[in-house]
Design a protein around this ligand. Sequence first.
Ligand SMILES: NC(=O)c1ccc[n+]([C@@H]2O[C@H](COP(=O)([O-])OP(=O)(O)OC[C@H]3O[C@@H](n4cnc5c(N)ncnc54)[C@H](O)[C@@H]3O)[C@@H](O)[C@H]2O)c1
Length: 440
Amino acid sequence: MHADELIFKIRSRSARVAVVGLGYVGLPTAAVFADAGFRVTGADVKREVVEAVNAGRSPISEPGLEELVRRCRERGTLRAVCSAREACEDADAVIVVVQTPLDERGEPELEPLRSALRGAGESLRRGALVVVESTLPPGGMREVVVPELEACTGMRAGEDFLLAYSPERAIPTRTLEEIRTNPRLVGGVDDASSEAAAELYSCITSGGVYREHVDVVEMVKLVENTFRDVNIALANEIAVFCEALGVDVGRVIELANRHPRVNIHTPGAGVGGHCLPKDPMFLIGRARKQGLRLEVIEAARRRNESMPLHVLRKVERALEGRREPKVAVLGVAYKGNTDDTRHSPAEKVIKGLLRRGVRVCSHDPFAKQDFGGRFTNSMEEAVRGADVVVIMTDHDAYRRMSASELKRHLKRDAVIVDARRVLDRGEVERQGLRYLGLGC
Ligand SMILES: NC(=O)c1ccc[n+]([C@@H]2O[C@H](COP(=O)([O-])OP(=O)(O)OC[C@H]3O[C@@H](n4cnc5c(N)ncnc54)[C@H](O)[C@@H]3O)[C@@H](O)[C@H]2O)c1
């Protein structure tokens, strides 16, 4: 089919855009399109999300997002509704960006995506463009998206409507900037779909749009996050080994990275969030179906999954011989300066300590999540009288913490377990506190 009319509407900004799923990716995407001059309707099944957006607020913590949402609401270019069907009624372009997690067996859980597609499909107009931005397993477009949309619309992809995959690759804390500057990948079910989707994204990114076969695009997205997961696992493995040898991994990595062809990642308490722990599993699962083992990727996953346990063991060693100890956990988000707690390493550490009967008080400047223990918004309250402080997230607020100030609130012989290496070891030790960093 032809995309000429739609392309004209996109260029003149008269195309109406619907975004299904207003989460960590969907809301920034909707706001960026609205800011670029499109009339955007976002849909989310969570009423509180819809209410927040319509009130000009952002339900998630992401730099610049609240201000952008407010501006778009004031200009009348962005609105939110509770149903995908309603959002797509008058849409020329529909972007679907709902969660695609793993189920308990480690398989892709695609029911939220199917349900979002069915919702959009109920009112999809002939000639409209659908773009899936949610991360898909290999073959996801062919095996899930196309049949689901065709079944619920009674129309044919590439004949009656346009359809493309364009995975989001932005990083939390820089989502808006990266949506506007990252190169974009687009894989349509036919040329017209790729052309229309490329036109749409060229309105919001200065990074260029690359059109490729949809199978290639699916792999690129998964391979990128797998690259990061494997490299973080290498850094973590080196850190654990350096720790056993009594060698400071920070110095090792710093000096190794001065070599022109070495770029070792930063070791940490584990890998979390919605993407990195899951995307390699999409590859692993698919490879197994082909009778292949992705041994390096599987080992990397195991290493990264083991890191919270490694931190837990360090805390347990620090607690030895203490009666009714208290542990302060600083940071429950999986990553610095975000409020996202999905698959956060802090969860395993907190639950492990609670199982052992340890009193846990956690704090986070962005996220509110107790993981079954006690949570407070006051850092002072969290650390007051603590035997051990374990730093699980590299929030800027923790980097700015002074060891002398911290010491005033802790037990006299307290231990700092710095699982993100945010504090200066020398300064902590000068205060008479014991420092157990990751990898040293
Ligand atoms: N979070 C990231 O940084 C990131 C980065 C790149 C890619 N991705 C991928 O983008 C996709 C979305 O991730 P996210 O982090 O934004 O997820 P999220 O959970 O933050 O957002 C998904 C939103 O979709 C809504 N939703 C679910 N079903 C719906 C339906 N039927 N109709 C309307 N709304 C519905 C949910 O209520 C939720 O608010 C995933 O596939 C993820 O792998 C995420």
